[in-house]
Design a protein around this ligand. Structure first.
Ligand code: ADP
Length: 468
């Protein structure tokens, strides 16, 4: 079986969030299980493309409405990633220093058309096409409806929804950009009088997965307008919990962190990383260190953070460090707190992969008060690095974190509210001063196995049901 994953992001090439981590790991674990799993993504203008060498394997022109663009399919000239990777290079559209912006409709439509044009030319075509999120949402439609891609219509497609908040909506003004199809089937593109690539993919893909079982159930009740569609299509939908890449996320070998450690050396290992953070960010290393890492958006409960931090820091029992960017107002509020609470609180507004690793390693607790959490990888990284998750009971957090009062190992709160968050942090502070219990919990979480092995197998079994 040959699986082709199509995605806008893939770690370590281009990462905005968890999508990249998944697409950079799942194919590697699938290859270990004796199927051939490949990735195709855009060729962006970034550090990875500047610092690696590529080979061009295919050159052609694509039509986007009445415009024509030259494109190339490139591949890496080494096998470092653990899976074969292909890049679509469209100099005028995709060679950008960003992954997402306001011109995404044209860019990702051209990307999808280029992928299908290239696929048509392949002798050895993929057995399954696996599409990730709305940027790739029109592939299952074009493969079954566009006249040009008739030869691909028998290839099964799988859609994985990493985040249903974003759906890639665009207006009918751009309908002519989609390669010719029978207009009698135009309804497949429509949701609420707009073209909605995520809805289209849910309708046209052979199977739909979400990145955790709880998220699948939650989407049937709240999916930014797609609830009834997901209920209607539920027979082909299933939730498969994401895993983590335990080669990349391993405190024993992680090259980014200050000191490597394993369970037997967790005390000194975490201390060295915590000391580094406390020194760099002027924090008190005697207090428990709470960290937040993530996009500063409503889904992550980011607007709760400034108020919560205010209340917690006033009690002077904890240190807090935040890494993230997003909503400008929230960023400003979090910046303002820095002056007010010097020595107890700090924030790095921006994106920093290395710092995130040190924070998972040096933290005592990780905060995730998410409003919506399709899977959440941060809590799984925190577990592996011995940082206790303090999370809201939602989506993938519900599937991966059990409260200490329920014979579990984390701190779980029910509501997205400042009071719930403050109460959860106070429970964590109490746990921290109960040294024996704290250490026991910390050791136990490092043993939890969230590697991709199990879920990679679940996906392979799903592919097998389609490849009869
Ligand atoms: P998302 O909804 O953002 O995809 P996930 O929990 O699935 O959330 O994945 C988030 C990923 O992005 C994790 O690998 C996390 O460490 C990383 N991340 C998020 N924000 C930042 C940041 N500001 N700097 C570095 N890494 C970040």
């Amino acid at each position: 079986m040959k699986i082709l994953h199509i995605s806008a992001e893939c770690y370590p090439i281009a990462k905005v969030g968890g999508l990249a981590d998944v697409v950079g790991a799942l194919p590697k674990y699938q290859n270990n299980q004796e199927i051939s799993s490949q990735v195709v993504m855009p060729f962006y203008d970034n550090a990875f493309t500047q610092n690696n060498r590529f080979i061009t394997i295919y050159t052609a022109k694509l039509d986007l409405g009445n415009q024509s663009f030259s494109f190339e399919i490139k591949t890496l000239n080494n096998k470092k990633l653990g899976f074969e990777i292909f890049f679509v290079a469209i100099p005028e559209l995709l060679f950008t220093d960003y992954v997402y912006s306001t011109d995404d409709t044209d860019r990702f439509l051209a990307f999808q058309i280029a992928v299908l044009d290239w696929m048509l030319s392949l002798k050895n075509k993929p057995t399954i096409v696996h599409c990730h999120d709305h940027h790739i949402g029109l592939i299952p439609f074009m493969m079954t409806q566009s006249v040009k891609y008739k030869k691909l219509q028998h290839i099964p497609t799988v859609l994985t929804i990493h985040n249903a908040q974003y759906q890639g909506w665009f207006s009918y003004d751009k309908l002519s950009l989609i390669p010719k199809f029978d207009m009698a089937n135009a309804g497949l593109l429509d949701w609420d009088q707009q073209i909605n690539p995520l809805a289209t993919a849910i309708k046209c893909a052979w199977r739909v997965t979400t990145v955790s079982p709880s998220y699948m159930e939650e989407l049937k009740k709240e999916a930014n307008g797609l609830e009834s569609l997901l209920q209607h299509e539920s027979a082909k939908c299933v939730g498969v919990l994401n895993g983590i890449d335990t080669d990349v996320w391993n405190p024993e070998t992680d090259p980014y962190i200050e000191k490597n450690y394993k369970i037997s050396s967790v005390q000194s290992g975490k201390k060295a990383n915590k000391n580094y953070l406390c020194k760099r960010f002027n924090l008190d290393n005697k207090k428990p260190l709470f960290v937040f890492i993530g996009r500063l958006v409503g889904e992550k409960g980011a607007e709760l953070l400034p108020k919560t931090f205010n209340l917690i820091i006033q009690e002077n029992k904890s240190s807090i460090l935040l890494l993230g960017s997003g909503n400008r107002e929230v960023e400003k509020e979090l910046e303002t707190l820095k002056e007010k609470y010097k020595g107890n609180y700090n924030a790095f507004i921006g994106y920093d992969e290395k710092l995130s690793h040190i924070m998972y390693a040096g933290a005592d607790f990780l905060l995730m008060p998410s409003r919506v959490e399709p899977c959440g990888l941060n809590q799984m990284y925190a577990l592996r690095y011995g940082s206790i998750p303090v999370v809201r009971n939602i989506g993938g957090l519900k599937d991966t974190v059990i409260d200490i009062d329920n014979k579990g190992f984390g701190i779980v709160h029910q509501n997205v509210s400042v009071s719930d968050m403050v109460y959860a942090i106070k429970r964590a502070e109490e746990l921290y001063i109960n040294i024996a219990k704290f250490k026991k919990v910390r050791n136990s979480i490092m043993k939890i196995n969230h590697s991709w092995d199990t879920s990679a197998k679940t996906y392979i079994n799903l592919y097998k049901t389609l490849n009869r």
